[in-house]
Design a protein. Sequence first.
Length: 628
Amino acid sequence: MSIVLTDLTKHYGSQLVVSHVSLEIEEGELFVLLGSSGSGKSTILRLIAGLVPPDAGRIELNGIDVTELAPQQRGVGFVFQNYSVFRHMTAAQNIEFGLRIRGEPAGERHRRVEQLLELVGLVGLGDRFADQLSGGQLQRVALARALAYRPAVLLLDEPFGALDVKIRAQLRQSLKEIQDQLGVTTILVTHDQDEAFELADRIGVLEHGHLVEVAAPEALYHRPRSEYAGSFVGGGNMLVGRVEAGQIRLGSAVWPFPAGAPQHAEAAPVRVLFRPETVVLNEGPFPESRGVFVLGRGQVGSSVFAGPSQRLRLEIEGLQGVRLLAPTVPYGEDKTIIEALLPSRSPLRLAEPGQDLWVGVLEFHVLEPSGLKVLILWDPAPPGAAAVEMGTRIGLITGGGARLLAIAADAQQASSTEAQLAEWLANEQPGWPHPELRVRQSPAALAPLLEEAQAGEYDLVVVPILVTDPLAGSELAREILEVASIPVLLVKESFPRLERMLICTGAGEPGKSDVVFGGRLARHAHAQVTVLHLYPPWAESLIVERGARHLEQACASLEALGVPCETRLAAHAFPAQGILEQLVSGDHDLLVIGAPARRDLRRLSSLDLTTRIINGANRPVLVVPRTD
């Protein structure tokens, strides 16, 4: 292997930017790290180059551990997005710079510069300064300079990001030819999917510092393993149906499982992915001999001409109870939208909004089963057992599984804690699937919990809180929400049911995240949901009307998930008291509330509304972070 990363980890402050990334890259491979802004892809490149030190993990280049070596000792060439070309030097002098620093003889330097100018297509331009070169030419100079001393590894940090579309296409072709000719192992970082598919031998998809999936471009596009890769890479339609009699039920449509598809239990949710170009349309029912997987009748919602293709969005009938993961539907709408991509010369190229068509699919892919992944914090006090029970149950009903985290002060305590917990799980939960057990050694309880919450790709953190000290629990929830931005479930005592949920929501954007996440949990638990919005008695009629519209949208979104829903709009002078009264009078099993925005979390006090609700609730409280 030319590049081997083992458990590579990097924090900036308390934020985990690169999370335990392990990766092997073959000699001569052109590997692309693909991800959105803030996913950690550029940080990984800088870790490999030695420009920033890792907090944990190991970096090997050509069999040598370079984790502690200085950048100039690693044999790495680096090309930045902004060129970093010396403005006072000519193109040739820029290329020669690294060779001069290394003490190469003048004749060898001149010969190498001429070779590289020819290689990158700049013959005859070596005497020009930066202000005499175009952006594409400057990037070629930067590439030639990085290749000058024959690095074993070439690192490219979004090298074409500042260039126009035509120049980018030309440089991509040039880079591929140069890389093939030299055989240098290359990692390219980009958020441009076309760039990734055109250049890569393999692609690694990053999300919030996690390496989600690695595959060849074709496999990643047609057969992704994860939901994130399936929806992020390329345009896609992703539906969640159910297994029924060994087949896939999508509303009124029934499809067979493809050969080699992952196994799913009867009645389990199943995620189906199909690309827009595999969607076929017909003005009448499809003939059975055509081999089309029929979805049903649809109506054209929009039609956009895009040169060689036509993009259609269709609203499909007959898919009640089918959850839509992609494309995204506006909040408050219960439509099932399917995207189709047709050649612009298609007979249906003149399809107009409102036109009725039959919709089918030529091929589809079934993703691996997934659910809510739950992290449970262990506490030997009585609420700890209740938290384990509820967290385990949620992991079980959603199919995501649960992990129990215990924190010990030293190695001796860690060993005894692990043994005691294993025995406790066997005795207290004999008929339950036990959560995975992890014991981390640390003198402080908070730091390892926050690191685990960020590093483990969890959907939910379950925290036990003492009835006698609820403020400590709400403060811990605040820390998790601020650092990891993961929903937190606070449990005071055992509560065996999960049949009725109360979602208390603010009108508008702040209330969407708690409705959506609460609905996701309710769907798995087959729970009835009441959505509550309180307003002050002195509120203007416009405020009350906005609350009523928000409740209508919330119910539409929940019903699109197949969740039974009712709404309640009421006036109350004291919001915390009003919420707690509704919780008790409605005999709800779980309260869902939204956390303040992340920018406001540090300013929370014991008088904060969220904290007062947590302190007064006699039911488990799920706090969902806001996305704004």
